[in-house]
Design a binder for this molecule. Sequence first.
Ligand SMILES: [Zn+2]
Ligand SMILES: [Zn+2]
Length: 330
Amino acid sequence: MGVLLTALQRSLGARATGQLALGTLAFAAVCLIVAMSPVRAETRFRVTLLGTGTPLASATRFGPSTLVEAGDQILLFDAGRGVPIRLAQLHIPSAKINLLFLTHYHSDHTSGIADIWLTGWTTGGGGRKAPFQVIGPTGADALMRNLEKAYAKDVEIRELDENLPPEGAKIDVKEFDSDTVVYEKNGVRVTAFSVDHGPKIKPSYGYRIDYGGHAAVISGDTRFSPNLIRHAAGADLVVHEVMADPVGPLTPALKAIMDHHSSPRDAGRVFDAVKPKLAAYTHIIAPDDPAAADQLIKATRETYSGPLEVGADLTSFDIGNTVIVHHGAP
Ligand SMILES: [Zn+2]
Ligand SMILES: [Zn+2]
């Protein structure tokens, strides 16, 4: 407490010699202790972009993945390339992930699953002792059962050699096939809703997370989606995918990709309809440089004038009466 008071005194610039000043200091100390207490952690509603990238291999934008910390729950949405590394930067062991939600089955959203599942089971990853929980649209069970087959030898070896508990390598899967509440626990509710990733890329879903009277929405991969607008009504934060306007000739391959994703103007139409406290971009199909980010913002401004953030890996959002943005690992 003495150290805390001294630190507080210094940070407040106080010259606390009188009764009043000491009283103020003590009050500030109590506030600080309350602010640092577990109670605050349990009421936290934070969304962190672990990976804002695409299938393109990038050292700055890892594969698509979004972490949601709501009360005592830690939820992961998609597991792209590099998830355990971004979690490590946040000092969160892979084993702490209670639940993985999947939006769809493009490999950029799933290629990190085996890593988070098995790394979380190892002692170094936190030593998960209970089954890894996965919730996803139809196809999740086949994906996870096939991963179990692919990694059967690793599981067998680690059980024999490291005595890792078999229960921690198991996978529980829950599938859904329509818009529905897919998870509800300790005040956290997760609703899945279908989005439009093109006629051949089905199923494809987004998620809405409600906690403490606030809500965050994750678009998943989608072009302009009225169903997303419906499900995002009243959301504080909307995290949306985007594809920048192409530079150069529009090849058939490029046009096909554009048909599966949202232009900045289309995402802006969504933001304008929902009017969240903050709109943010992830899954950014654009060069990772400030000029490209400026261009994204400029194009979005044709249809949306509200608060907007172009996400980077480890950008996080604290959701409350306002949405506070943090950049990078703490
Ligand atoms: Zn996709
Ligand atoms: Zn994708």
